[in-house]
Design a protein around this ligand. Structure first.
Ligand SMILES: [Zn+2]
Length: 574
């Protein structure tokens, strides 16, 4: 019994949706009732609702027709099955050659196409030249219809824009233009009105700007005073929001027309500078021209005098640091007094009051750098870097050899059992002496490997520590930008990120292999996080201290007992 696959599609032409889907469904049901020899398969749910056949969205991933094509290509849908459509234009409104490609592809895979409007089934076997001409004409028509509609939409938009530009009362004209208005405006039945509360916020922003505050300070002020955002979201004011608002000419009542560009068959508005003059008087103004210009003059003069100081010395930890509290990025900032420049690491979000709580998070850069290199050489690099290195390979070899060795031993025990049960046999004797000598050989090999392992481990450790020492000496030798960049590259090869806890002046170093280490400014480093407070913190410090006082053997037994490695390192300020 041949299978039938009904396919329904409509684009987002709103008034017709309900009717279109009903019409297609009814036609298909009637056809199926009249053709009881077909077995309907609706399991693929072949419906492209709201997908434009002009843009070809039904043929892109996620489209039902796309799915259908995949299934006929894979053979999952059998040859001889029938695709049922209401009209040629349900299949495609693409350009003619693309539509015909699609039509042919379906037929070529042995699938018949029933076009209900035509009261005809098209099959690869029996298709005639007249049938082809029919398909060509219908697909061409389908494409032209859509092209007209698309053009009409564009003309309509152009017409509306001209009407707006020439109108005696653009504000009224704007109402039948589009639905969306700037955030500080509201629509009543007959006019556009200003939301006074939001307008107050906007005027405050301009005032702050004219009083020589940059975006950063304005955002900080708004966040600290808990001023609601214009879009009523609970999110913080960001520099970007403030910046865009200060540049938005809609505040002066102007409307800047945007150009409509077709991208992937869809019309999208894009602002093209200088393409068209703004249309004045479209909105009620919230800011007057003088205020707007005064704010802008302030912004440009700040820019040239360097209102927000930018540090130009590249820090060694570029792209590695983040705020431990909010996860935000770290800003490298210069402060200067009469005598000296100081560099600071600061949580960028905290600069405008939106780290997890108010208050600036900062750490003097030279202090941080000194601490980092003082302790990083002692971060138990042996454990951190042994992964994927030669010692790891030798360790694997030892495991394999030990397994082999154990097997031989088992074999010997087996043979010995047999000897006990049986009479003495020469061949058994030969076998056992062979096994025994092999076992001895293996034992020697394992011993050698262990020796090799310990020397390799030591080498690896020395090398890593030297790498860090090299960094230290490089640092002492030179403060040249190039050297510091080299060091930064080196660190980024080893370290995933470094999270700064500004309050307790500790940092968490996450190495690329997943291991974490914690460094404290007061001269401690450990593999347990220094997060605890009060009594628990005292306990943690005690634990680290007591570890320091243990012998190697005692430490080893603790390792053995633990199913994971807790490895506090010595307390040290040196
Ligand atoms: Zn933060």
């Amino acid at each position: 019994m041949p299978k039938a696959y009904p396919y329904i599609r409509f684009s987002s032409d709103k008034q017709k949706d309900g009717l279109s889907i009903q019409r297609q469904t009814e036609a298909i049901e009637a056809y199926l009732a009249a053709n009881p020899h077909l077995e309907v398969d609706k399991s693929l749910n072949l419906e492209d609702l709201g997908k434009s056949g002009y843009a070809g969205r039904h043929l892109q991933k996620g489209g039902a027709l796309y799915l259908f094509l995949e299934k006929i290509k894979s053979g999952e849908i059998e040859k001889g099955s029938v695709l049922i459509i209401e009209h040629f234009n349900r299949l495609s409104r693409l350009k003619l050659h693309k539509a015909m490609d699609l039509f042919n592809e379906i037929l070529r895979h042995g699938i018949d196409i029933a076009v209900l409007d035509e009261k005809q089934i098209f099959t690869a076997e029996s298709i005639s030249s007249i049938d082809y001409i029919k398909a060509v004409l219908k697909f061409d028509l389908a494409h032209e219809e859509s092209k007209d509609k698309s053009k009409k939409g564009k003309d309509n938009w152009k017409f509306k824009k001209e009407a707006l530009r020439n109108s005696q009362n653009p504000q009224i004209e704007r109402l039948n233009f589009t639905k969306t208005l700037p955030l500080w405006l509201e629509k009543t039945d007959a006019e556009i009105v200003v939301n006074e509360q939001k307008a107050e916020t906007i005027r405050l922003i301009f005032r702050l700007c004219i009083e020589n505050n940059g975006y950063m300070r304005i955002a900080t002020h708004l966040n600290q005073s808990k001023t609601p955002r214009l879009d009523a979201s609970n999110g913080p004011w960001t520099l970007d929001i403030v910046k865009r608002l200060l540049h938005n000419r809609a505040l002066l009542g102007e409307y800047q027309p945007r150009k409509t560009v077709e991208i992937e068959g869809r019309a999208r508005p894009i602002y093209v500078p200088n393409e068209e003059d703004p249309i004045k008087g479209v909105y009620p103004a919230v800011i007057d021209e003088d205020t707007f210009n005064a704010a802008h003059n302030g912004l440009t003069s700040r820019k040239s005098t360097g209102g927000g100081r930018r540090a130009d010395m590249p820090n060694l930890f570029v792209k590695l640091l983040k705020c431990d509290e909010c996860g935000g990025s770290i800003k490298f900032q210069r402060h200067n007094n009469k005598y000296k420049d100081y560099y600071y690491l600061k949580c960028f979000n905290s600069l405008y009051g939106h780290c997890v709580s108010l208050g600036t998070r900062s750490w003097r850069y030279d202090h941080f750098e000194e601490m980092f290199f003082k302790f990083s050489g002692k971060l138990n690099l042996d454990e951190i870097f042994k992964k994927n290195e030669q010692s790891k390979i030798i360790q694997k070899e030892i495991t394999a050899l030990t397994a082999k060795h154990n097997k031989k031993k088992e074999k010997i025990a087996e043979v010995l059992e047999q000897i006990e049960a049986m009479e003495f046999s020469k061949s058994l004797y030969a076998l056992i002496s062979k096994l025994e000598s092999e076992t001895e050989e293996l034992e020697t090999k394992i011993k050698q490997k262990y020796q090799e392992l310990s020397s390799v481990k030591q080498e690896e450790l020395d090398r890593r520590i030297n790498d860090f020492k090299d960094i230290n000496s490089l640092l002492l030798q030179s403060t040249e930008v190039e050297t510091r960049e080299k060091i930064n590259n080196h660190l980024r090869g080893l370290i995933e990120n470094i999270a700064l806890d500004f309050k307790s002046k500790t940092c968490t170093i996450r190495f690329k292999n997943g291991i974490e280490r914690h460094i404290h400014t007061d001269g401690m480093f450990a593999s347990i996080p220094p997060k605890a407070e009060g009594e628990q913190r005292e306990k943690d410090l005690d634990a680290i201290l007591s570890w320091h006082n243990k012998t190697e053997a005692e430490r080893q037994s603790i390792y053995d007992d633990a199913d994971f490695k807790i490895n506090p390192l010595p307390v040290s300020a040196e």
